[in-house]
Ligand binder design. Structure first.
Ligand code: PLP
Ligand code: TYF
Length: 398
């Protein structure tokens, strides 16, 4: 049966890590994959996570199945984090939240739901966007189109072009929006721009699908969630939010995220939730326990939550310091054209480096970046900053 199976290409970003791992140069640096590393180059195990894990181990419980839509203490805490505790949507019972297998699982379950409920809709994603957006929505049966987003000349958002493209979409089109820390560019909308986008979405009857994979990685939990609140306040009665704790809790391998669906009223929310549960049941039946128990345990403990927020602040401030440091060192190395890196948000920067320059970084210096020029700023450290700045300055000048 499998004699003539076609070999398909692997994920280009995850493939970079394989190439990096196989590289024997001691000075190698992996700026490819979007993972936050600490000063010592390791993925942090947050102290809040370690503490809750110890508590859970001491008071170990049997492992029954979770409900199809996940651990209630987890979905409740997630809803409050994503929408704000005082959100009128929560008070009205209009938000149906389900635990999912990472943010990716939320995207796919959300995609399956929308394809079922809006079978003729296409989805518009930003140009560029996370490669998996196209893949996930395509696999769920969507036609995927793009709206203008990034302006290579300013290294920021081409807002006029974005609005113009969104304005041309058919009513009923799903629009995927990155809440903050845009992957791959690092270029985000301002609060004022979000308000304009929200008004346009409402006016044109477009359906917002918000992907929030980096809440707390730029300005703070509440500020980074502004998009969700602005879209709710614009009076858009139905929309979807996918969120992930992979980065904000440094829980990549626990695969813990959530899908929240906003419906016009509490009854509609219940009906939507029944649909989401049917989708989950037919893919993996119910989610796994551990990641949800960790996140719920931290968010629902005053002490641990404080500790987590402090640790999240530390991660975000370190990223800002690394952006500053990189720009300064690039200036010192004779490459002053990178000041925009300070204006970009989150772990990523579209550095403006060409594919040829990225190839040179890898071949000559063992520095791995994505072919589009995306670098993961959160993989820099005071140990490799000089080396990276010198190398980038050399390839940028040549
Ligand atoms: N959405 C975006 C924009 C991302 O960058 C990521 C990154 O991993 C995800 C979703 C998926 O997150 P998870 O690893 O939790 O599946
Ligand atoms: O963009 C990134 O690097 C992260 C991690 O298939 C990632 O979002 C990359 C590719 C992938 C899964 C996760």
């Amino acid at each position: 049966f499998f004699a003539n199976v076609e070999l398909v290409p692997g994920d280009p970003i995850l493939g970079l890590t394989e190439a990096y791992n196989a590289d024997s140069r001691p000075t190698k640096v992996n700026l490819g994959v979007g993972i936050y590393y600490d000063e010592s180059g390791r993925i942090p195990l947050l102290r809040a996570v370690k503490q809750i894990e110890q508590q859970l181990a001491t008071d170990a419980k049997p492992r029954g199945y979770l409900p199809i839509d996940g651990l209630p203490a987890y979905t409740q805490a997630t809803r409050e984090l994503v929408f704000g505790k005082d959100s009128p949507l929560l008070a009205a019972g209009r938000v149906a939240t389900s635990q999912t297998i990472g943010g990716s699982g939320a995207l796919r379950v959300g995609a399956d739901l929308l394809h079922k409920l809006l079978p003729h809709a296409t989805i518009a994603i930003s140009n560029p966007s996370w490669e998996n957006h196209r893949a996930v929505f395509g696999a769920a049966g969507f036609e995927v189109v793009e709206y203008s987003y990034f302006d290579a000349a300013t290294h920021g958002v081409d807002f006029d072009a974005m609005l113009a493209d969104l304005g041309k979409l058919q009513p009923g089109t799903v629009v995927l929006l990155h809440a903050c820390c845009h992957n791959p560019t690092g270029a985000d909308l301002t609060v004022d721009q979000w308000k304009q986008v929200a008004a346009l979405l409402k006016d044109r009857q477009l359906f917002p699908f918000i992907d929030m994979a980096y809440q707390g990685f730029d300005k703070g939990i509440e500020q980074d969630g502004a998009a969700v609140r602005i879209i709710a306040e614009a009076g858009i009665d139905s929309f979807v939010v996918a969120n992930s704790y992979s980065k904000s809790f440094s829980l990549y391998g626990e695969r813990i995220g959530a899908l929240s669906v906003v419906a016009p009223d509490a009854n509609a929310a219940k009906a939507v939730q029944s649909q989401v549960k049917r989708i989950i049941r037919t893919i993996y039946s119910s989610p796994s326990n551990h990641g949800a128990a960790l996140v719920a345990g931290v968010l629902n403990s005053v002490e641990l939550r404080q500790l987590w927020e402090a640790e999240l602040t530390e991660m975000r401030e370190r990223i800002h310091a690394l952006r500053n440091g990189l720009v300064e060192k690039l200036v010192a190395a004779g490459a002053p054209g990178f000041a925009f890196i300070n204006d970009q948000a989150g772990m990523f920067s579209y550095s403006g480096l060409s594919r040829a320059q990225v190839d040179r970084l890898r071949d000559e210096y063992g520095i791995y970046a994505v072919g589009t020029g995306r670098i993961c700023v959160a993989a820099l450290s005071q140990n490799n900053l000089d080396y990276v700045a010198q190398a980038v300055a050399k390839v940028a000048k040549a």
